[in-house]
Design a protein around this ligand. Structure first.
Ligand SMILES: NC(=O)C1=CN([C@@H]2O[C@H](COP(=O)(O)OP(=O)(O)OC[C@H]3O[C@@H](n4cnc5c(N)ncnc54)[C@H](OP(=O)(O)O)[C@@H]3O)[C@@H](O)[C@H]2O)C=CC1
Ligand SMILES: O=C(O)/C=C\C(=O)CC(=O)O
Length: 353
């Protein structure tokens, strides 16, 4: 097989990985040249954020614990004001994609460096992509100002992530790698990362379901999330991410669950147009087809497999299909109205592809 032509751009980002690596926080803040870090979290994870602030001592400017899903503009403005008022010169985001997203909203406005400490597998910490919701519409964009400068991956911090969330969040990560394998701007480095990331999560999720506090499984999952998040940050996504963005944004469906349900059907849609990518996904997960392997991973580990079970109305499927077709975007198979409507129906019913 000949190596195709490609373009690969590497970005400056420091990753500190390993059980207990949170202990290096003060060193990492110092390396960023920061003196006053604003620690961000959701309201529920405030105790963890306070622990981080305690570790920083005099270098903590304060804790802002108002992160919520999809970064409402009002929350972003409030966080920006708090950061400015406290004289913060860095944001430390501890939590999932919602908290990292809030850090990105601050960085977009102020250029403050972000140190991210992810506790889910969504992968936002590895991307220059931001999302902000205004008047019910989520807008996403790309700006290297928001790419976290440093990421501390400490699997001990994800030991308490509930099993259900762990499985769906892990499949959210797999979705980044799966679409990366058939991206128009893919490259061999991302392909390697994608296949390795999918395999790591394919091993880790059943092990976490069996033993939620298994440190090796948590470590494997976070390793997979790092690789898959890197793929999301480096190459363009296609139909699957577009559908999930539409379903989450317009019908208020939960992010990771939506990814989990839609991915097998998006892969089935693209199967014939991207056979090599599908073969790599199936191999990484040990299944006969990519679509079935992802579906089985979700179903066998207790994740939802039908949109109707997470609040989607059947009567909204036509509108969802219209939204998905609104703007053209690269996808291995052309966007065909009837086939995409059928995809949504199958995802709504939860049939095995
Ligand atoms: N820009 C990008 O590149 C990307 C952005 N995203 C965005 O990120 C968001 C989704 O991120 P995701 O991580 O799925 O969701 P959240 O950050 O909303 O976290 C999901 C759930 O995980 C729980 N949780 C997180 N950490 C812990 C922990 N240590 N222990 C127990 N529970 C925990 C949270 O609980 P609690 O609420 O109690 O804190 C929350 O209920 C979406 O808005 C999505 O669009 C996702 C991927 C990439
Ligand atoms: O919507 C965003 O915040 C940006 C990207 C993603 O959420 C990626 C995804 O769909 O997981």
């Amino acid at each position: 097989m000949t190596t195709p032509s490609f373009v690969y751009t590497s970005v400056p980002q420091r990753v500190v990985f390993g059980a207990g690596s949170l202990q290096h926080l003060a060193r990492e803040i110092d390396l960023l040249g920061a003196r006053r870090a604003l620690v961000l979290s959701t309201p529920e994870q405030r105790p963890q954020a306070e622990r981080v602030a305690d570790m920083l001592g005099a270098h903590a400017a304060g804790v802002f614990d108002r992160a919520v899903m999809h970064v409402p503009i009002e929350t972003a403005r409030e966080a920006r004001e708090v950061a400015a008022r406290l004289g913060a010169d860095c944001a430390v985001a501890i939590g999932g994609g919602s908290t990292t997203g809030l850090g990105k909203a601050i960085a977009l406005d102020s250029g403050l460096p972000i140190l991210a400490i992810p506790t889910t597998y969504a992968g936002s910490e590895m991307t220059p992509i931001y999302g902000i919701t205004e008047a019910g519409m989520k807008k996403t964009g790309k700006d290297f100002k928001v790419l976290p400068r440093t990421v501390i991956y400490d699997p001990e911090l994800s030991l308490g992530l509930p099993v259900g969330m762990s499985v769906t969040s892990g499949i959210n990560a797999i979705a980044h790698a799966a679409e990366g394998l058939y991206a128009v701007d893919s490259n061999p480095i991302m392909d390697l990362m994608a296949q390795e990331g999918i395999a790591a999560l394919g091993r880790a999720l059943p092990a976490i379901r069996a033993t939620p506090k298994d440190p090796d499984a948590r470590s494997d999952a976070l390793y997979g999330a790092w690789l898959c998040g890197t793929v999301l940050g480096n190459v363009g996504m296609a139909l699957h991410h577009k559908l999930c963005h539409t379903l989450g944004g317009s019908f208020n469906l939960p992010h990771a669950e939506t990814h989990t349900i839609v991915l097998p059907h998006a892969l089935a849609y693209n199967a014939e147009a991207a056979p090599q990518a599908m073969a790599r996904i199936a191999k990484a997960l040990g299944g006969s087809t990519a679509a079935q392997a992802v579906y089985d991973l979700a179903r066998d580990n207790g994740a939802p497999v039908a949109l109707r079970d997470i609040g989607m109305k059947e009567s909204d499927l036509d509108l969802a299909c219209e939204h998905a077709l609104k703007n053209q975007y690269p996808n291995p198979r052309p966007l065909e109205r009837d086939a995409i409507r059928a995809l949504l129906q199958n995802a709504w019913e939860g049939v095995r592809p």
